[in-house]
Design a protein around this ligand. Sequence first.
Ligand SMILES: Nc1ncnc2c1ncn2[C@@H]1O[C@H](COP(=O)(O)OP(=O)(O)OP(=O)(O)O)[C@@H](O)[C@H]1O
Length: 349
Amino acid sequence: MKILHVDNVSIAYDQNEVVTQASFELDKGEIGCLLGPSGCGKTTLLRAIAGFEPITHGSIKLVDTTVSNVGYTMPPEKRNIGMVFQDFALFPHLTIAENIGFGIRHLSKKDKSERIKQLLELINLQDYGSRYPHELSGGQQQRIALARGLAPKPDLLLLDEPFSSMDAELREELAREVRSILKHENITAVLVTHDQNEAFAMADSIGVINQGKLLQWGSGYELYHEPESLFVADFIGSGVFIDGEVMEGNVIKTSLASLEGISPPECKPGCKVKVLVRPDDIVHDDCSPRKAKIVSRVFRGANNLFTLEMEDGTQLLSLVHSHHNHEVGEELGIIMEFEHLVVFPDKPQ
Ligand SMILES: Nc1ncnc2c1ncn2[C@@H]1O[C@H](COP(=O)(O)OP(=O)(O)OP(=O)(O)O)[C@@H](O)[C@H]1O
């Protein structure tokens, strides 16, 4: 069952269009994410879904009701939507239990306290109901904000950069935890973030936005392995582009090798193309006759990310298990393992 339909939505501030014809849908219980660089329009789209911004094109439907179209914006309080913000926005003078119960004041005392107890257990803070927000850590406060958003059982939960004030490690841990809480409650949610690790840790589907355009909507795997544009290929994960030329028979000639793969339909033999090379396409193998010089190394715990230089000056990245302790300046044996090629025409998109 579809819960959210965002259909060709455009949004403008004073004639200045900041979101252009964005479309995506979410099923019941699906977690979607709007991911993109600062200023790309993701918060504006989230605010339009919440009902804080009117739209200038298209429509937004929540369950079976059109909540926004051109000339009509159902007010936020009429939409059954919960929100969690980056600054938590907990009420400092209310206890944790009172904060969680704020949106369900209409329930009977018994139902309300049962729901609060259930949510405190769900976020694993069962003993904190009588405390005040300032007595809790940032991560605990954010879990309370989540419980408050979930309390009225909204059709849709919107999360705007909910972990941005936390350090990277806690952010990913909390993202995983919040995902399992949302899945437990079977809540449909939209997360806004500029952090792809957070998006990968939490979302089922991710939409990459740049300059107001939703360029691609798909799973983390699809965005990483099957990017449809240079921007998405560059923005998601790391990698380099190498120059290539399309040959007959699905072959692309590059300075590294002649590679087999499908080129975009508009790229006929003779066309210049860019081929994406991910760090996991370049595999370390001491026995390989192909060598590359290590020009830099970033230690990443389980792996090292090496920047390698080939004889002709082409630079590549390679992710190598960190027990292979090679130093900058050494020659590293490599083999190329492309599962499938990602190729773009060599022209600005
Ligand atoms: N109230 C407003 N009035 C006019 N322009 C605005 C307003 N809010 C945002 N903008 C502009 O709209 C564009 C999109 O902003 P938005 O906040 O949606 O981006 P964002 O992707 O969420 O960025 P960030 O990650 O930095 O929050 C930006 O160019 C911004 O300057």
